[in-house]
Design a binder for this molecule. Sequence first.
Ligand code: NAP
Length: 484
Amino acid sequence: MKSFGKIRRIARCFSTTSSCPLRICVVGSGPAGFYTAEKLLKAYQSVEVDIIDRLPTPFGLVRSGVAPDHPETKVVINQFLRVAQNERCSFFGNVSLGSSVTLLELRNMYNAVVLAYGAESDRSLGIPKEELAGIYAAREFVWWYNGHPDCRSLAPDLKSSDTAVILGQGNVALDVARILLRQIEELARTDIASHALAALEESSIRKVYLVGRRGPVQAACTAKELREILGIKDLGVYIKAADLVTTPADEIEMKNSRIRRRVHELLSKAVTPGCAPVAGQRELHFVFFRKPDMFLESDDKSGHAGGIRLEKTALKGDDESVRQVAVGTGEYEDISCGLALKSIGYKSVAVDGLPFDTYKGIVPNDRGRVLADASCGHVQHDIGLYVCGWLKRGPTGIIGTNLHCAEETISCISDDINRGALASGSTKPGREGLRQVLDSRNTRVVPFDGWGKIDCEERRRGSLKNKPREKLATWEELLEVACR
Ligand code: NAP
């Protein structure tokens, strides 16, 4: 990866030779979008950056993805606020790429377009009865408790059963398990959406199964997040001791990865041999070596999930260079549950005019430069079109990962500027052109001070309930407050 120092040197060179502003549009106001905007504005005195987002609210995953009991992770918003306040930066909220404005229109209006709109869909398991009620993507559940307006009406059934099954063992799975199991008084002090808090207050869920198709060495979560869930007050943690036995291949994996070693250690310490569940206590069961085979319909509630059938697995692949994979053994077992959350990964969605790799769920790119056609054997860049964040590299990594990701993309933009590939000049109307297009379509654009109004109102409502904020969770409310 090129260093940021190089970006600055190129930037200085550009800013002294150009008189016209370079107009760049960033699509998506999550961490990848804001880091991109921040680095561009710092590097180029003559750059104008417009950030568009389909939501009336900025900050993407920081607002809608980060768990409410992780306020420290949201502090990065202060940094993004300073970016948005830069006079060369404008925010256009409630502007949807593809319907409010097309990609082609953006490309005609700006010198460069950086797509950083993340991953707003989900991988599917592709197993029978996945469509039953009571089965959700973890993303939907996360959006629901984080007050995302698209999931305000999700209404997950937390009352008809005492058991939830979560498929996948990554950090998102741990987040949703923690929200289901955590003491309600602790959640009440967070910015969790009030509809979710009310539903969790009445929840009958006492048992959560976290199901992994591989073993404890391969669990995708990280040690800090695992330690946190294991430390929940009055929680019984159950792991079969036999599952913790390691093979030589596991030992190699642990030798090569400190995280894998720490995760295995923490899980091993969490086992209490011979410990039977205590009546009334909440339970977290780690289930390893089981892959989802099919969902089971409830006997009492037609069309509703009543459980899941899992196939036992064994791991294959003991070559150090090959990832161990779970292979079905033909043995099955069922777990009854009223709620099932699929936490097997997010997926990006394509827009018209954008090359898209449906298998990987990303835009084919070369370090952030969109590839015009990757099939013809040689790399051909679509000049002026870039990607950053989950849309570029897939749905992995923490917020900070996007900083390096943005630097890499900007390094490509800098190279393209330097070799004159991104012609700047008065022919690109930038934000004035965008405003005209949006006006002509009667789009209710939410500018950054519209978000300021939402922010004030949420904090005001929060203060009445001793919470940091009470999120406005419907489109109507958000737009009404933003446009006051
Ligand atoms: P993830 O870390 O990739 O975990 C996905 C999980 O789903 C893995 O356990 C994976 O198992 C499993 N899986 C995938 N396909 C499956 C299938 N067909 N059947 C059964 N299981 C399947 O994804 P994530 O949890 O959505 O997290 C996304 C990123 O956000 C991660 O980098 C995560 O660390 C980050 N994040 C961080 C935090 C935090 O720092 N607090 C919080 C939330 C998210 P295999 O390993 O066998 O594929």
